[in-house]
Design a protein around this ligand. Structure first.
Ligand SMILES: [Zn+2]
Length: 306
């Protein structure tokens, strides 16, 4: 995965452009495809909006989910403007993911603007700049395990504050933390900016099959089997971090949970239903949460769907 990167020293300081990743450095001039780009780019666009198989409803919904996640991250103060990265694997594939062009503010991202990027860093559909660290962090994690369909990396303030502490661990202080603790991995060896896929491979190894990575001196990364699961997890993590910091700031002695109490909560979350919807109608909480958030977006910022 490291081989395709050009040795041009400019790549050390400049944003990594999609054009640099194509075999012949030919950048597509339109979404209808161009010489040297993958065959799928030349497909007619369904409804004139999308460049990659968007006639398939799951792929269209994946685009809308990922655009929605960016908009919601602005609402919830998880975003850094144009920086940080959320990516989502293209449904039905195991070698490509969706990424917004670098430079768009997260509050303006639309489904049709998302680029399709191969795990090898090549632009497969769409137009725009590929932020170097977005590829270097996310591609190896997507590739490492099928459960990492959505990979959301932020510098969000409360979880980010914990990563600045000598011990960045989320403490077993309350119910919300108990829901998350068995999913968290910690990287305690900050190694500079992610400018090479080797950094993403290192992070993927530390993350393993867990779904939350505390990146010491840096930020957090959360994964999920869908955008809905990853977003709900990200939201829950930031809320837990915020409450934990509020408790720490009081300066009073903390009321910790015992390992048995944590174990009981984790057993309950894995083995008891959240609600009483029967059989096929049952949706997990993360799905209901994300659907509710998308309904709010549908009313307030419906252009995310376009
Ligand atoms: Zn970062």
């Amino acid at each position: 995965m490291t081989a395709f990167y050009p040795q041009d020293p400019r790549e050390q300081t400049e944003p990594f452009t999609a054009a640099a990743a194509t075999d012949n450095a030919t950048r597509p001039s339109s979404r209808q495809g161009a010489p040297g780009v993958a065959a799928e780019q030349a497909r007619p666009e369904a409804g004139g909006h999308f460049a990659d198989d968007a006639d398939e409803q799951p792929r269209l919904e994946a685009r809308r989910d990922l655009a929605a996640a960016h908009r919601l991250a602005v609402w919830h103060d998880f975003s850094e403007g144009i920086y940080n990265h959320f990516t989502l694997a293209v449904p039905g594939t195991n070698d490509r993911f969706l990424l917004p062009p670098f430079g768009l503010h997260w509050s303006e991202i639309q489904a049709s603007q998302l680029m399709t990027i191969g795990f090898d860093g090549k632009l497969l559909a769409g137009e725009g700049i590929i932020q170097r660290s977005a590829y270097c962090i996310h591609a190896p994690i997507h590739a490492a395990h099928a459960k990492h369909q959505a990979v959301f990396h932020t510098h969000m303030p409360y979880a980010g504050a914990l990563t600045r502490l000598e011990s960045q661990h989320l403490l077993a202080l309350g119910q919300t933390e108990a829901l998350l603790l068995d999913q968290i991995a910690y990287d305690d060896a900050y190694d500079g900016l992610a400018r090479d896929p080797a950094e993403g491979e290192r992070l993927a190894t530390i993350l393993g099959e867990k779904t939350i990575l505390f990146m010491g001196n840096h930020g957090v990364l959360v994964t999920g089997r869908s955008a809905a699961e990853a977003y709900d997890r990200l939201y829950t993590l930031e809320r837990a971090a915020r409450v934990q910091l509020f408790a720490l700031w009081t300066g009073q002695r903390l009321r910790g949970l015992s390992p048995a109490q944590v174990d009981k909560v984790q057993d309950q979350i894995h083995n008891t239903p959240l609600h009483n919807s029967p059989g096929e109608q049952y949706k997990p909480g993360y799905q209901l949460h994300f659907e509710a958030l998308r309904r709010l977006l549908d009313r307030r910022e419906p252009d995310y769907r376009d």
